[in-house]
Design a protein around this ligand. Structure first.
Ligand code: ADP
Length: 290
């Protein structure tokens, strides 16, 4: 973080704009935090605008860094309720040469919140707001400083709304982002999650002032809900049934049983949409077949 900050401040940071699919980035972020979210027992909800284009031209590495910082903080400072990640596009200018749009990302949580008097301070380097128990919430105080500088380097802005004890919403806006309706990487992975369309009535950061307003605006969003309880079921299945079976197989190596064991792993990977589990099962099956 420190190296990154000095680089940005020295004006040495280079940006690399390429076309990519934001859905893939959202999958990645979800995978990074899924375990922590499960352990904390909080909800994790993604909402993506229905008409979000196939690809945007942006610095993917830097956008990932911004999201990891914001979602990481949301997870860290939330003990009950849920995290909402809302991705919207608007002001679509569909000129043939280079179509552009406004990209807005909200990271909302129902966590401890931030007092208004600290809104400016927390974006400064090495600062955490003073009432915090620094042992409980370890950190360097660099994440938001870097996030703000990155957002601004990419001609965007970041703002914050928060109520102490109720939650925080970080909003990042990039007014002009080039987009494309063509998917440059047409081969999508077999385990890409399907985006369900669901009207979301009961969720939304509890108690935030703009709750109703946001819910109304989100009606046109595609919603992908990822439920924690599903993951605890998966973890239990791996820790008990599958581990017990594996212990038996290790000694005797019964091929037919290992085949159905591999199939079970593939099925679990598919139904929970976790690519590496599915791939592990497929590799095991291929080895047995060979
Ligand atoms: P770090 O998390 O490493 O301390 P950051 O720069 O990411 O540093 O955050 C600075 C401070 O801002 C945090 O220490 C915390 O006090 C506050 N903060 C950031 N995000 C949140 C959030 N979602 N909820 C409550 N407080 C937050």
């Amino acid at each position: 973080d420190l190296l990154d900050l000095s680089k940005i401040e020295a004006g040495k940071m280079t940006l690399h704009y390429t076309f990519f699919d934001i859905r893939r980035l959202l999958d990645e972020i979800r995978n990074v935090f899924s375990l922590r979210v499960t352990i904390k027992g909080i909800g994790y909800i993604e909402k993506l605008d229905k008409q979000f284009p196939a690809e945007i031209k942006f610095d993917e590495v830097r956008l990932r860094q911004i999201l990891i910082n914001l979602v990481g903080n949301a997870v860290k400072f939330t003990h009950h309720g849920e995290i909402n990640i809302v991705v919207k596009c608007s002001n679509m200018v569909d000129n043939k040469e280079n179509p552009s749009m406004r990209l807005e990302i909200l990271v909302k949580d129902t966590g401890i919140g931030i007092p208004e008097s600290s809104f400016r301070l927390i974006f400064e380097s090495f600062r955490q707001h003073s009432q915090l128990d620094s042992r409980k919430y370890e950190g360097t105080g660099l994440g938001l400083a870097i996030t703000k500088r990155l957002v601004e380097a990419m001609k965007g802005n970041i703002s914050l709304k928060s109520n102490v004890g109720r939650g925080s919403t970080f909003k990042v806006v990039f007014p002009h982002v080039e987009y494309s309706e063509v998917n440059s990487n047409a081969i999508t992975s077999p385990y890409m999650p399907e985006f369900k369309t669901e009207r979301d009535n009961k969720t939304g950061a509890e108690g935030l002032n703009d709750r109703n307003h946001i819910n109304a605006a989100e009606e046109k969003l595609d919603v992908h809900i990822f439920r924690n309880s599903d993951f605890s079921h998966l973890i239990r299945c791996f820790e008990t049934e599958l581990t017990d079976q594996w212990k038996l197989f290790e000694k005797k190596q019964p091929l037919r049983e290992i085949q159905s064991f591999a199939q079970e792993i593939i099925n679990q990977g598919k139904s929970f949409k976790i690519g590496f589990i599915q791939q592990y099962g497929e590799q095991l099956l291929a080895t047995i077949e060979n």
